[in-house]
Design a protein. Structure first.
Length: 189
């Protein structure tokens, strides 16, 4: 929920330059996703409920203060929490295909875990720095492009280098579907 709400907030802010409208639309996106899940009788996890409550609370504060930095700082806080969680060794093991696990050492995987952690922490720091020095529309555009692009690029580099080391394994489209379902439900839903 949080990822989609944030992207709706960014795009709305870029297009309208109105913090309140962008925040309301981002919050409505979160509410819409939650409603859709309930109507489809899907289980709403505690993480999803907490994410929605966070969107509403921070969204409410952003609307009251008319200050987009509050929303930006929430996004940074999430990047910091996720980045710190990624420092823990072994989190990536459940995403490594069996054929790759046979050929890669735990230390090699740990180096990639550190790269992901560093990227998440750097993204959070860049977001804070931009929110303190740039106009809200500039931050929304920059982070709306930079954040997903850097994650996609790191995934492509990691996949390419690991595939070169391990040899042929499932095409990237199979891994993307698998990763998006697992990561989406863990981090963004």
């Amino acid at each position: 929920m949080d990822f989609a709400s944030t992207m709706v907030f960014y795009v709305s802010l870029i297009l309208s330059a109105d913090v309140r409208i962008a925040t309301a639309l981002g919050s409505a996106m979160g509410l819409g996703q939650l409603t859709w899940m309930v109507l489809r009788r899907q289980r709403v996890s505690a993480m999803q409920q907490a994410s929605f409550i966070l969107v509403l609370v921070v969204g409410g504060l952003t609307i009251i203060t008319n200050d987009a930095r509050i929303m930006f700082w929430k996004v940074s806080a999430i990047y910091f929490v996720v980045g710190l969680a990624m420092i823990r060794r072994g989190w990536m093991l459940r995403f490594v295909p069996p054929i790759a696990a046979e050929h890669l050492s735990v230390e090699a995987i740990a180096r990639w875990e550190f790269c992901w952690a560093a990227l998440m922490l750097a993204t959070g720091a860049i977001n804070v720095a931009l929110s303190l020095t740039q106009a809200a529309r500039v931050v929304a555009f920059t982070m709306g492009v930079f954040a997903p692009t850097t994650k996609i690029m790191l995934f492509i580099v990691q996949y390419g280098l690991l595939q070169k080391k391990v040899g042929p394994w499932p095409p990237v489209s199979i891994l993307c579907v698998d990763l998006s379902s697992q990561w989406g439900s863990f981090f963004y839903s």
